[in-house]
Design a protein around this ligand. Sequence first.
Ligand SMILES: CC(=O)N[C@H]1[C@@H](OP(=O)(O)OP(=O)(O)OC[C@H]2O[C@@H](n3ccc(=O)[nH]c3=O)[C@H](O)[C@@H]2O)O[C@H](CO)[C@@H](O)[C@@H]1O
Ligand SMILES: C=C(OP(=O)(O)O)C(=O)O
Length: 416
Amino acid sequence: MSTIEIIGGKHLYGEVSIQGSKNAVLPILAASLLNKGVTKLNNCPKILDVINMIKILEHLGALIIWDLDSLIIDTSNLTTTVVPEQYVKEMRSSIIVLGSLLARQKEVTITYPGGCSIGARPIDLHLSALKQLGVEVLEEDDNLICKAEKIVGTEITLEFPSVGATENTLLAAVLAEGVTTIKNAAKEPEIVELCCFLNSLGAKITGIGKDEIIVQGVEKLHDTTYTLIADRIVAGTYLAAVQGAGGKVTLRDIDDSQLGAILSILRTTGSRITSGNDFIQIKANRRPKAADIIRTKPYPYFPTDMQSQMLSVLSLAKGTSIMIENIFEARYKTVHELIKMGADITVEGKVAIIKGVKKLYGANVNASDLRGGAGLVIAGLMAEGLTVVNNPIYIERGYEDICRDLAILSADVKKV
Ligand SMILES: CC(=O)N[C@H]1[C@@H](OP(=O)(O)OP(=O)(O)OC[C@H]2O[C@@H](n3ccc(=O)[nH]c3=O)[C@H](O)[C@@H]2O)O[C@H](CO)[C@@H](O)[C@@H]1O
Ligand SMILES: C=C(OP(=O)(O)O)C(=O)O
């Protein structure tokens, strides 16, 4: 089994380009099922979750080829409406094919999705919204059998601005009869990206990026070519790595406007950052400062997907920091591993109290989810000596090649 080996203590220098966004590409791949034709996606990240989503689409009948960094997806002929359990259990985003398949085929059989274990992650909000659009949902064993004679637009208020529930509702509404209004919709940049992609296919969506999204159902869509945005969480991860290890790095091909809350925390904890619409430069020379309180919340606030990486950075901060994880109830699994490296962190429910220590020490640690794994790589860069991160497969779900990127920045890191 492979591992990531890091010899810590080196500052990071140089420039690296940021890959396409995982959380944008996955719903967009699901959305490609809406059109009986061809979608070309440029800047598609070569990550495990994309490979898994490709397997799902191919099983459903799509023909897919890579052309360098572009993915060409021909969904002219779909051959089944049963989504294979083995792939659905691999990742959370598999559930997003539900909305688009229902819109196109009016029936779907799918199981509850799997993915990293960071919380219970129910899909009640997705199913409630689909039912309001006229979908009948039957549960047999672990299978959801969903059918709709027709999908009819209506006003849907989400109890919580769930990213996935907003995506499934949008996809089901694109080809619906009439108008669907989604109130309390998620506003993440990846939702904006999905709406822009859908409009490029011929959908009629307004209110993009706002609490209330309006979808005017259309009868037909058309082929499209679309270029994906860069991954704000990968960018945030590399910025956190520089904050923790020290150095001066420029990230290329990333729009700073999506990272407002992340940049603000990095600045208050000691980094100097300059940025524009296609680069972010960070300089960090000293031990990070402690953060008063960081609360994870839906966009535009500090994202839960950056919590683990910041936890590593704050382990070495001068003073005590508080993290409050409001989104996923089981997202502190990395803490135990950081403690092995010398960190002083205590967790009480949603709250982690991080007392900054002067040094972290290399250790043999286990990744158990995607961002937690990335957080451990950062801790390895900050630590004295050798850190071995087991189970890099979790990290590969979302990072094309974290070792390649950090090695470009002069880190002593390799996959073994
Ligand atoms: C592929 C993708 O885009 N994943 C992102 C997406 O996940 P995901 O779409 O799963 O996240 P949601 O916004 O739906 O979940 C947020 C919270 O709502 C709860 N919930 C959600 C749906 C539901 O039907 N019922 C319910 O209770 C979840 O358990 C969680 O506590 O948004 C999360 C929050 O920004 C990010 O961490 C993930 O990286
Ligand atoms: C939690 C994440 O992803 P997913 O929803 O795909 O599990 C993540 O990207 O950090």
